[in-house]
Design a protein around this ligand. Structure first.
Ligand code: PBE
Length: 268
């Protein structure tokens, strides 16, 4: 049948991203729970995954990737999530901002702003798409903030500027987090006068940095499921400031021309 030929056509390879990503852990669990023992999850990076996706879509070749929303790939290409009846990829996922212990007392302005910061996947999508179309991340973030002063003003209202104090954010080079972190960096610098370093690291160090106090905050904690391991390990050592975005999603994704609709179909 066509599902069997799909597995063969893609060499039973799922194109993954960086090994620290929660979606990689979820995919290994999916391979187990759906009995996909002949499938392999290929490690790489977000950028390598989207490059492979672009190439295969151009040639109308079958491909299966680890995907997530918000992501520009869903507006650029016709893609679909495979159904996940066992809910291995969770439900009602959110992106949270987490801060180091003590940030609230040490930097009340940054803390209050980060605590208020919440936006939508459409808003993030505008920055992501601009970057995908060639804008530098910091320029795309600045442009978005300048064009959405009403939104930015809701977040910064009544908060007092600081004078050149330093702040560190950590993030992973996932397209969604490149967009959010560049926006936070711009607002913290331009509206409050912080000197912000945005450290691009792997997922493990992103969490560890906040937990051990080397990093002030990250806006890239996907919860409750995607980063559950990290949260379990560090929950007493970080401040969870709640969701900065709701309704996000992860899963296995294929171009819509691929004739497979559920993860269960991969077994056949
Ligand atoms: N992601 C994007 C990340 C979180 C943000 C879904 C690729 C992950 O840890 O899987």
């Amino acid at each position: 049948n066509s599902a069997e030929s799909f597995g063969k056509q893609v060499n039973h390879e799922i194109i993954g991203i960086d090994p620290g990503a929660g979606i990689m852990k979820a995919t290994n669990k999916a391979i187990e729970e759906y009995g996909l023992s002949d499938w392999k999850l290929i490690e790489g990076s977000g950028a390598a995954m989207t490059a492979t996706l672009a190439k295969d879509i151009k040639n109308k070749k079958p491909i299966i990737i680890t995907g997530w929303t918000p992501h520009w790939m869903f507006s650029k290409y016709d893609l679909k999530y495979l159904d996940d009846p066992k809910k291995v990829y969770g439900e009602a996922e959110e992106i949270h901002t987490i801060a180091r212990k003590g940030l609230k007392e040490d930097e009340p302005t940054a803390y209050a702003f980060l605590d208020r910061f919440e936006w939508t996947s459409d808003e993030m999508g505008e920055i992501m798409t601009a970057i995908e179309e060639g804008a530098k991340p910091e320029e795309a973030a600045k442009k978005w903030a300048d064009e959405h002063a009403d939104r930015v003003n809701e977040w910064i209202k009544d908060l007092k500027p600081v004078d050149g104090k330093s702040l560190k954010l950590s993030y992973v080079a996932w397209d969604s987090e490149i967009a959010s972190t560049n926006l936070l960096q711009y607002v913290l610098q331009d509206k409050f006068g912080y000197k912000v370093t945005a450290l691009q690291v792997e997922a493990g160090p992103m969490w560890t940095g906040v937990a051990n106090g080397d990093v002030d905050a990250t806006a890239a904690a996907w919860l409750p499921l995607t980063h559950a391991d990290y949260m379990d390990k560090f929950k007493d050592k970080v401040d969870d400031l709640g969701a900065n975005m709701t309704g996000v999603k992860t899963g296995l994704v294929v171009p819509s021309y691929v004739d497979v609709s559920s993860i269960e179909d991969l077994k056949k």
